[in-house]
Design a protein around this ligand. Structure first.
Ligand SMILES: C[S@@+](CC[C@H](N)C(=O)[O-])C[C@H]1O[C@@H](n2cnc3c(N)ncnc32)[C@H](O)[C@@H]1O
Length: 350
């Protein structure tokens, strides 16, 4: 838990309520996201051959720990003390919030993949602007510092900022081996390649009330059922965790697809994130179903796509969306590695 006073961009207050200085224990909900794709290596299990001790050590560098794990034939999904980790044979996704030091996991990741005879093919690092940037630790003290750190591992990655820098914005760093002349194979991956993030702020207080363990005594499974979260992934293996006194995290896996939700329900810094790589094609109904659970005053939606953009309803282009209006336009950039990133902010229409 952290306590501080200001937000990342001087004029950006990510909360609609009073400044954080009035509220001790503001939690930094917005997560750092690292997604790395690898070439095939010497072990057919790929990254899934890593031992628990190796994964624990990697997460220790990032300042978080494993709370639980579920698996299927495609991936291992871990709920962490600060968000989630997904491990596929040739892909790792780590998502951490608070004042974690996600990028400090890179030295150990590099060591592990050398041992497995793998090489890095694609790197994506992204995050929303922080509520309390001055609380962050090296190298997360600024996006410039994060990019410098990433560049030590992946020379000359492309760093972009999406959206208005004086409002909610999205930082994205992409590195692709093929852009650097390496002869990497374009081998078939077992995972999907559209990643959607819905980052919601100022949650409706009734919706947030489901996630206070101290008040209702529920465990994660009960919170999932009562809040409507279970209905977002009805057929998935769902692994949920209720924090004390409040807060909720869950991973859901369904075949090669994952979805993950993390909730900070405290009213002065309320935040909920939803992320999935499930390629539903029509993203409007998905976004709408997620919004119905949390009823936020505002949300940011981002998408990272490798290859062709497949979107039946271009939600980023919508000026109005089910009771919300778009604010600050929408942004799309085609980056290295045939990666397209899109981002838009929406606020509730009164
Ligand atoms: C569920 S965790 C995941 C954070 C996620 N990125 C988010 O903000 O939605 C954050 C919530 O759990 C609460 N919490 C309680 N104990 C915690 C712990 N040991 N580590 C992280 N969060 C904790 C925080 O106050 C916050 O409400």
């Amino acid at each position: 838990m952290t306590k501080s006073t200001s937000s990342e961009t001087a004029s950006t207050d990510s909360r609609s309520s009073a400044p954080a200085v009035d509220y001790p224990n503001t939690f930094e909900g917005p997560e750092k996201n690292l997604e790395i794709d690898f070439s095939a290596g010497t072990n057919s299990l790929g990254l899934r051959a890593l031992s628990r001790a190796q994964i624990d050590a990697m997460l220790d560098s990032a300042k978080c720990t494993i709370l639980s794990k579920v698996s299927n034939e495609y991936l291992d999904a871990y709920v962490l003390s600060e968000s989630s980790l997904f491990v596929y044979p040739r892909k790792i996704l780590i998502k951490t919030c608070g004042t974690t030091t996600l990028l400090l996991a890179l030295p150990l990741i590099s060591e592990y993949i050398r041992e497995l005879g793998m090489t890095v093919e694609k790197v994506r690092y992204s995050r929303k602007n922080f509520l309390l940037p001055e609380e962050q630790l090296f190298p997360h003290t600024s996006f410039t510092s994060e990019v410098e750190y990433l560049n030590d591992f992946f020379p000359n990655g492309a760093a972009h900022v999406f959206g208005p820098i004086n409002a909610d914005h999205w930082y994205s760093y992409v590195w692709d081996a093929s852009e650097h002349g390496d002869a990497m194979s374009n081998s078939i991956q077992t995972h999907k390649e559209h990643t959607v993030h819905i980052l919601m702020q100022d949650m409706d207080e009734d919706a947030a009330s489901f996630f206070f363990k101290r008040d209702n005594g529920w465990d994660g499974a009960m919170m999932s059922a009562k809040s409507g979260i279970r209905g977002l992934a009805p057929n998935a293996i769902l692994d949920s965790f209720a924090f004390e006194p409040c807060g909720y995290s869950m991973n859901a896996i369904d075949g090669a697809s994952y979805s993950t939700i993390h909730i900070t329900p405290e009213s002065h810094c309320s935040y909920a994130s939803y992320e999935t790589n499930d390629m539903v094609g029509a993203y409007g109904p998905l976004v709408n179903n997620v919004l119905k659970v949390f009823r936020p005053a505002k949300f940011t939606v981002t998408m990272s796509v490798v290859g062709d953009l497949v979107m039946k309803d271009h939600i980023f282009k919508k000026k109005e969306f089910n009771g919300y209006k778009r604010r600050g336009g929408w942004t799309q950039a085609h980056m290295d590695g045939d990666i397209t990133v899109l981002k838009a902010n929406f606020v509730i229409a009164n």
